[in-house]
Design a protein around this ligand. Structure first.
Ligand SMILES: [Zn+2]
Length: 62
């Protein structure tokens, strides 16, 4: 869990909050799935590196 700033009033709020407790504005990070997107990209990068290293290990002359 991290902290983000409200886009409307600048109040520091938890990024899993649905709404800003100060001004009541909906959290845009929650709406966009901000954290999920970053995690998915990291998983994709990890899979690409794993597959690439596997291919290199198989094709490498011994
Ligand atoms: Zn706010």
């Amino acid at each position: 869990m991290g902290m983000v700033n409200c886009l409307y009033c600048g109040e520091s709020i938890a990024d899993d909050m649905q709404r800003c407790p100060k001004c009541g504005a909906p959290s845009h990070y929650q709406k966009r799935g901000f954290r999920l997107g970053a995690r998915a990209r990291l998983m994709l990068l990890f899979m690409i590196v794993s597959v690439a290293s596997l291919i290199i290990a198989i094709w490498l002359p011994r």
